[in-house]
Design a protein around this ligand. Structure first.
Ligand code: SF4
Length: 66
């Protein structure tokens, strides 16, 4: 899957890192970023939960085609 984080929208609430800590973390400025090696979500079902948990809808998840 493809995971997008709109850092212009992210407010650094940290809900994504709390919900799916295997995939999301926070950078030095507190904004969401993906864990190294988990750019594809690692098959975690929590990725969609994290996208839903984000209060500002900064996370987009789409299935990779092909
Ligand atoms: S939950 Fe949303 S606003 Fe909060 S750190 Fe994650 S992407 Fe940013």
């Amino acid at each position: 899957m493809d995971i997008g984080i709109d850092k212009d929208v992210c407010i650094g609430a940290g809900q994504c890192a709390l919900t799916a800590p295997d995939v999301f973390t926070q950078d030095d400025d507190g904004y969401s970023t993906l864990q190294a090696g988990r750019e594809d979500g690692g098959g975690s079902p929590l990725v969609r939960e994290a996208a839903r948990a984000c209060p500002v809808g900064a996370i987009t998840v789409s299935e990779r085609v092909g």
